[in-house]
Design a protein around this ligand. Structure first.
Ligand code: DLL
Length: 432
């Protein structure tokens, strides 16, 4: 079902006019109200009045994650703080997180975006939606929640984890839709099989999975094991959370809600806008957001876009599922992790050298992270008991910083291969 027929199927020329008007309005707003943007526009020699159509977007400067962190926490607000009703922040960077601050209208926008997303996979008023995305600062939980309420579904805010209870609820409440990370859906499937649950007999029909990379192979596995249709949904905290792009019933590429979030693909080295079909870095401009609007935000996600017509009738541009990142960000059980975060903890820890490697694997459909770190000669000559205690200590410190559990293994001095160029910090054994 198409949730918002007028906008989702708008003829492309009309859509471009609307985008042009919205871009001009948002450029004026940030120029007038956000000193950060005024300075950037001025330094770039561009004025909001230069924007006459959506094509003029290329004249505007980019915004990066580092710049956002520099003006933490409120430097990007385009409205009085008293108009903000909710705040989320992204995890996964060293130092300060980036902030998304929502006005009432932004929360409505988010609800609409997620209503479109859920409707694309056929969810509606009669659905019982078991929302197993984490609630809290992470945008998955509340984003899916607002969307479920907007379409009038019955939302069960079970949040992530406690798999036994997830299975009980699937059975007892007759959930028809599931929202969680794709890897967690497989974990639930496996745990259910071990408990002897026959998913064929459960009313579960559809799932909306995102927040981490997955593949068509994984989709086939999820659909087969849970006996459902599985849809890819995409988004990021900085832009709004989930609800930026999603697969329609064709399950082939994700429609970007481009009347709200305008996508471009650029060459990450030169910043040049790339033509349709070419792979590059995904950039978004929020065309209607009030609290923290963003101009040409560089996501560091790699994909391509196409405007080929879609059989579903929606006219919005489509993006391929993500093809990678321009940086070294890992997503472990839905949580964004940078090797630099690990390093920051290790340099402060006693008894270890800054020679380390992150080994990422997927066992029983769960990501696991092992951090191998070299011990100092001193620690190496110590008792085993003491070394084990040190491992636990660092594990604890890493959990505080990464928000995800890792196993720390202290290894012999000089046992991690040295490199003459860039150190190889990540060994990703996951076969997604
Ligand atoms: O992951 C928002 C979200 C929640 C999306 C629930 C979908 C479902 P962040 O924590 O800010 O926000 O992480 C954003 O996660 O830049 C991508 O690299 C990655 N990502 C998000 N969705 C997908 C997806 C949420 N469907 C970062 N496939 C993004 C692959 C995804 N990667």
């Amino acid at each position: 079902m198409i949730w918002d027929k007028k906008y989702e199927t708008m003829p492309r020329s009309e859509l471009a006019d609307l985008q042009g008007q919205r871009l001009r309005a948002i450029a004026e707003k940030v120029y007038d109200r956000v000193p950060f943007y005024k300075a950037k526009f001025d330094a770039h020699g561009v004025k909001p009045s230069d924007i006459r159509s959506i094509a003029d977007i290329a004249a505007l400067p980019f915004t990066t994650k580092d710049e956002m962190r520099d003006v933490y926490p409120y430097g990007l607000l385009a409205c009085p703080l008293s108009d903000i009703i909710e705040i989320h922040t992204s995890s996964g960077t060293t130092g300060k997180p980036v902030v998304d601050a929502y006005t009432r209208a932004d929360i409505d926008l988010w609800g609409e975006s997620m209503a479109r997303t859920l409707s694309m996979g056929g969810a509606g008023k009669d659905d019982i939606l078991q929302n197993a995305y984490g609630y809290g600062l992470f945008t998955g939980g509340l984003g899916a929640h607002y969307g479920a309420q907007r379409i009038g579904a019955t939302c069960i805010p079970i949040s992530g984890g406690n798999t036994k209870r997830q299975l009980d609820f699937l059975r007892d409440f007759g959930s028809t839709a599931l929202t969680c990370t794709p890897s967690y859906s497989l974990y639930i499937a496996e745990a259910g099989r071990e408990e002897g649950i026959d998913f064929e007999k459960l009313p579960l029909k559809r799932g909306f999975f995102g927040a981490e990379p997955w593949s068509d192979n994984m989709r086939a596995e999820i659909e087969e094991k849970l006996k459902i249709k599985a849809y890819d949904i995409f988004g990021l905290t900085e832009i709004i959370g989930p609800g930026v792009a999603a697969e329609c019933e064709c399950q082939n590429l994700l429609h970007v809600f481009e009347d709200y979030y305008y996508p471009e693909i650029i060459n990450p080295d030169t910043g040049a806008v790339l033509p349709e079909g070419e792979k590059g870095e995904l950039v978004f401009t929020t065309l209607t957001k009030e609290g923290t609007p963003l101009i040409r935000y560089r996501t560091r996600d790699i994909t391509y876009i196409t405007r080929d017509p879609c059989p579903c009738g929606r006219t919005h541009v489509k993006m391929h599922r993500l093809l990678g990142r321009t940086d070294d960000m890992l997503i472990i059980r839905g949580v964004n992790v940078f090797p630099s975060q690990v390093e920051q903890v290790l340099v402060k820890a006693e008894g270890v050298e800054p020679h380390y490697q992150l080994i990422v694997d997927r066992r029983d459909n769960m990501d696991c992270l092992e951090v191998q770190v070299e011990m100092t000669e001193n620690l190496f000559s110590d008792e085993l008991k003491y070394i084990e205690q040190k491992e636990k200590e660092i594990e604890h410190q890493l959990k505080e910083s990464l928000l995800v559990h890792s196993r720390v293994k202290l290894v012999e001095p000089k046992s991690i291969a040295r490199s003459e160029g860039k150190a190889k910090r990540i060994v990703d054994k996951r076969n997604i």
